[in-house]
Ligand binder design. Sequence first.
Ligand code: ATP
Ligand code: MG
Length: 373
Amino acid sequence: MNVTQLKLKNFRNYREAVIDFLPGVQVFVGKNAQGKTNLLEAIFFAVLSKSFRTAVDEELIGWDAAESRLMVLFQNRIADHNVQFILKKGEKRENLLNGQPMKKRDVIGYLNAVLFSPEDLLLIKGTPAGRRKFLDLELSQTQPAYYRALLQYQRALFQRNVLLKQIQEGQAKRAILDVWDEQLHPLAAILVRERQRNIGRLNEIAGRIHEKITAGRETFSAHYCIYAASGTETVSDYHFWYEDELKKNRERDIRRGTTEIGPHKDDIAFFINCRDGKSFASQGQQRTAVLSLKLAEIELMNESIGEYPILLLDDVMSELDEKRRLKLVEEINGKVQTFITGTERLHGLSDLKPMYYWIDSGVVSMDDGSLGL
Ligand SMILES: Nc1ncnc2c1ncn2[C@@H]1O[C@H](COP(=O)(O)OP(=O)(O)OP(=O)(O)O)[C@@H](O)[C@H]1O
Ligand SMILES: [Mg+2]
C-alpha cells in the first residue's frame, strides 16, 4: 500500500500544505522543531484514527485556529481511498472515509503502518506498558474485532476500578462487581488469545530475521507472560482461569482499589541467546533485537492483510549504525513505502533512490538539488 497525498490545514505548525508522495522512500529533512514528526503523526492519524503522541485531539489544531483539517489519500490492494478528519476546538470531530461520515473506529484498518521511533529502542528494557502498546498497535489496526474488544475491556476495567473504590468507601455493594467481572473475562480471553497467537508468529519471523542480521551469532525469541501466572507458562483455559482469579483476588482488589490481574498487566519477555533481554541485553543487542522485531512486524502484517504496510521511521536512522541501516534497507527495498525523518541527509540510502523533502517551520519544499541538502 502507498500513501499518495497528504493535505493539511491548521494541523500543528502547518497552516496549509499539500504533499504528493511516490512509492518507495520519502525522507523529511530539517532542523529540530520544524514539523518533521508532525508529518508522520498526520499520516499515522489515518491508521488508528488518533495521534501516536497525544490522546488530546485539540493539541493538534494550530494554535491560532479553531479547526484543523487533515486528509490522507492512499491506495491499498483493494482500491484508492481517502480519509479525512476535521478536528474542532470544543466540538465533536468529524471523520470521513471516501467522503462518507464515519465513526472514529470505522476508519481504522484501511491504511496500515509500522511505526519505529526512538522510544521503541526501549522496548526490551523499558516498561511493560510499552511492550503491551507494541502488541496493541499492531493487532488493533489489522483486526477490528481485537480493537473493539480492547476498547470494551478498557471501559469495563475503568468501571470496575471505580466500583472497587466505592466499595472500599462503603458506598457500593460487593455483589455489583459480578456484573463487571462477567464482562471482563470474555474480553480478556480475546485479548490474551490474539496476543499469544501474534507473539507466536512474531517469534518465528523475528527469530529468522535476527539470525540473518547477526549472521547466526545470536538467537532471539519472545514469550507472552500472563501476569500472576508463573513465569512464561501458558494458561490452558484462560477464560476460566481469569474468572477464577478475579474472584480469588476480589478482597485484595477492593483493598487496593484497583484490578490487579488481567491483560492490562501482562508483559512480553524477550530472550537473546536464551537469556532474558531485560536483564542482560547490551545496547547494541537491544537495537538489533528491536530492528528484528519491527522488520518482523512488517512481514507479519503482510501475512495477515495480504500486502505490506507503510513504514514510518521517526529519527531512528541516526540511532542505527551503518550495518544495521543496510540490513533495514535490504529488507524494505522495493517492498515497503517508507517515510523517514532526520536532521540531515543519510548515507547508505542511495540504493533506495529516496525522495527528499525539506521541512522548514511548517513549510515543505521538494529538494531539487538547489537547497544544498
Ligand atoms: N498545535 C500546534 N500549533 C502550532 N504549532 C505546534 C503545535 N503543536 C506543535 N507545534 C510546533 O511544532 C513543532 C514541532 O514539530 P515536530 O515535533 O514535528 O518537530 P521535528 O521537526 O520532528 O523536530 P525534531 O527534529 O526535534 O524531532 C514545534 O515548533 C512546536 O512548537
Ligand atoms: Mg521529530
